[in-house]
Design a protein around this ligand. Structure first.
Ligand SMILES: [Zn+2]
Ligand SMILES: [Zn+2]
Length: 143
């Protein structure tokens, strides 16, 4: 993966478009219940970038909830089509995650680990080379 790249994407209806000039700080699959509810899928594919690298056009709707850690998690989504796009965590205000399913060309995506592997659905395949964390790793993720 290049050291810096442009990650661009949009929601399903195209009302919101975004781009980030950054190399992802961290890439992961998250199997937690919140991510499943939020995405409507078996797990979430997430790429974290510096929050100031991301800009978007169009109006996102937000929803904030509490994680088990007590942190406030804010989800950004399109009010017209419902696509989930980004999310922030109050404990790590300098970064934002992009939902990889909304990225235009995500061939570079390579999850470094599975977070909340303990709540993974039995049918979800796991890449043998990818590290599992039963819950959320507490140390800040580094490459
Ligand atoms: Zn939309
Ligand atoms: Zn999650």
């Amino acid at each position: 993966m290049p050291t810096e790249q442009v990650i661009s994407g949009s929601c399903l209806c195209g009302a919101i478009r975004y781009s980030a000039s950054a190399s992802p700080l961290f890439q992961a699959h998250c199997h937690c219940q919140d991510c499943r509810k939020n995405t409507g899928s078996a797990f979430a594919a997430l790429a974290f970038v510096p929050i100031n690298s991301l800009s978007w056009q169009g109006q996102t709707q937000t929803f904030t909830h509490r994680a088990d850690s007590g942190a406030a998690m804010t989800k950004h989504f399109c009010a017209s089509c419902g696509s989930q796009l980004f999310g922030t965590n109050s404990a790590k205000p300098d970064r934002i995650h992009i939902k990889v399913g909304s990225v235009e060309d995500a061939q570079w995506f390579e999850p470094q680990c599975n977070v909340w592997a303990s709540s993974r659905l039995p049918s979800t395949p796991i890449n043998a080379g990818v590290k599992d964390f039963a819950q959320m790793p507490t140390t800040s993720a580094k490459k």
